[in-house]
Write a protein that binds this ligand. Structure first.
Ligand code: DX5
Ligand code: ZN
Length: 216
């Protein structure tokens, strides 16, 4: 499966409506929404009001990546904003199983995100419950960072475990994705690539999206 989820974090916030329009016309299937609290990660991004507005501008899948402490507090609010797929960081809670169930009970797809230093073994017990696993290929907090090469091996190992255990989870890869590494990432087992800077600093974002998807 080849999905691309352009990260709105790297877009020009003054022109969000135009950005949504462009993505609607593109082959991108999902919108990636990075929510940061200035605690779990050093940066603060955007929250519910912005997501609500984006929801009004697209019918495509909204994929929210929570980089916040105590993610349980806001699950229903993100659902009410129109989020379809919701991920939180395994490093933020000792009760991931409960959080996953709460996301599903709210009617969304549930994902868990792993920082580069967090081993796959931390999600061994909950893997069958997940709709997706987000592997960070940079340290979370900012767009425009350099891809960490050891992520390739991590994708392959996770992909093997998912296959061996016959789990439905998709693999999403986030950070430093570009035209040059996208095909290798998909071939290694990634189903969904998040791309921020690569898309939004491009002169032709629609073409860049197609190139990442391998369509052109
Ligand atoms: C980083 C975010 C990413 C980021 C990706 O914490 O989770 O989604 O916006 O941006 P690029 O593709 O520029 O690394
Ligand atoms: Zn992200």
């Amino acid at each position: 499966m080849k999905i691309i989820s352009p990260s709105i974090l790297c877009a020009d916030f003054l022109h969000l409506e135009d950005i949504c329009q462009m993505l609607n016309e593109s082959n991108a299937q999902w919108f990636h929404l990075d929510v940061m609290d200035g605690m779990f990660v050093p940066n603060i991004s955007f929250g519910m009001p912005v997501i609500k507005s984006i929801r009004q501008a697209t019918e495509k899948t909204l994929d929210a990546h929570l980089m916040i402490e105590k993610p349980d507090r806001y699950i229903n609010q993100f659902r009410d904003c129109g989020v379809d797929w919701l991920s939180f960081h395994i490093e933020t809670t000792p009760h991931a199983h409960r959080t996953i169930q709460a996301i599903k009970d709210a009617g969304m797809k549930a994902g868990v995100a792993l920082c580069p230093a967090t081993p796959i073994s931390t999600i061994e017990e909950i893997l069958p419950d997940l709709d997706y696993v987000l592997l960070m290929s940079v340290n979370p907090g900012f767009g425009g960072q350099k891809f960490i090469p050891s992520t390739i091996d991590k994708i392959k190992r996770l992909s093997r475990v998912i296959e061996e255990r016959d789990c439905p989870a998709l693999i999403q890869v986030d950070g430093g994705v570009n035209i040059s590494n996208a095909q290798l990432l998909y071939e290694s087992g990634a189903d969904c690539l998040v791309a921020g800077n690569a898309v939004f600093t491009s002169d032709d974002p629609i073409l860049t999206i197609d190139r990442i998807l391998g369509l052109r």
